[in-house]
Unconditional design. Structure first.
Length: 286
DNA sequence: CGTATTCCCTGGGGGC
DNA sequence: TGCCCCCAGGGAATAC
């Protein structure tokens, strides 16, 4: 389940292993993987062959690879997507969707995605920032992220704080897992109305969001090895560092109260009933 | 217009 | 053992 730390790990790997290389061939193995590229698979391949990848960049959970043509490859991993750097002789992955080869005959770049929520597209003239993702807010690790603007955005809204954390046009990179973890650290229930939060409380919440993302990025870096970019969210920190996510019924690491799981937008929210009491009346969900 | 819900997709796992 | 249904979840599209 790639959120900001996983996508950042992938970005670093692609920048290291793919930047500076010229694309030789492009194979689209599943049309759904490029459904956002409206001109279709043939155009996708044609426009990319011969182009040199200059870098790997990230906005929230989106990646883009600027090309020497001024265009960019835009990608989203969805929830099961991986970008792997693999030697040509490595057997095809079961869910291999797109393969790039390079004219240096070095390792291939492969987009692998079991559930095809993710995808790739070419953004015309998108090398600096693809127009397709211009609506995505900066992430809280970005030096240009504005805490004041975020606070103002929360104040303008009539919604719950967890919904706000997941709104990528307000703050990007945070998904269900890290939202739950940051709210636990901040001792806030996700159903708190955003306009009931004080400025200092929002500041503390942002601090916890940054802490949890930063800690995860550090561990995510270890999932690399010399030959391939691994986007394996389960390995590494997942089991060790989580305090609430996936821990229903297990004791809160702070107070020992069993962690609760509640339905939330067709998924789940995890929290400590004692550290994160439900808001009183306003904002209570039936 | 702003906010909330729906839908896309597949394999692992639990219940029966 | 096998089948069926639930579950995971980002974000665009749609509904309210």
């Amino acid at each position: 389940m790639p959120e900001l730390p996983e996508v950042e790990t992938v970005r670093q790997g692609v920048a290291r292993w793919v930047a500076g290389r010229r694309i030789a061939t492009v194979e689209v193995h599943h049309p759904r993987a490029i459904r956002r590229h409206l001109p279709g698979a043939e155009h996708f391949a044609t426009v990319l062959v011969g182009r040199t990848v200059l870098d790997a960049c990230r906005r929230g959970k989106y990646l883009w690879l600027p090309l020497d043509s001024g265009d960019a490859i835009v990608g989203h991993l969805g929830m099961s997507g991986q970008l792997l750097v693999q030697p040509a002789e490595a057997p095809d992955e079961t869910h291999l969707r797109v393969r790039f080869t390079f004219d240096d005959d070095g390792p291939q770049l492969r987009f692998v995605d079991q559930r095809t929520f993710g995808g790739l597209a070419v953004s015309e003239g998108g090398a600096a920032l693809p127009a397709e993702i211009a609506h995505i807010a900066r992430d809280p690790m970005d030096p240009e992220f504005s805490d004041a603007d975020f606070l103002a955005g929360l104040r303008r809204r009539r919604t719950e704080v967890k919904r706000a954390l997941l709104d990528q046009t307000l703050i990007s990179g945070v998904g269900n897992i890290y939202a739950d973890e940051a709210l636990w650290r901040a001792r806030l229930h996700g159903a708190r109305q955003t306009d009931t939060l004080t400025g200092p409380a929002v500041g503390r919440l942002l601090g916890h969001v940054r802490d949890v993302l930063g800690e995860a990025i550090k561990v995510g870096g270890t999932s690399f090895d010399a030959l391939y970019v691994n986007v394996n969210g389960e390995s590494g920190y997942f089991d060790r560092a989580l305090n609430v996510y996936g821990r229903e019924g297990l004791p809160c690491t702070r107070c020992g109260t069993p962690i609760r799981r509640e339905p939330f937008m067709n998924r789940s929210s995890h929290s400590c009933p004692r550290c994160q009491p439900r808001p009183r009346v306003l904002g209570r969900r039936s």
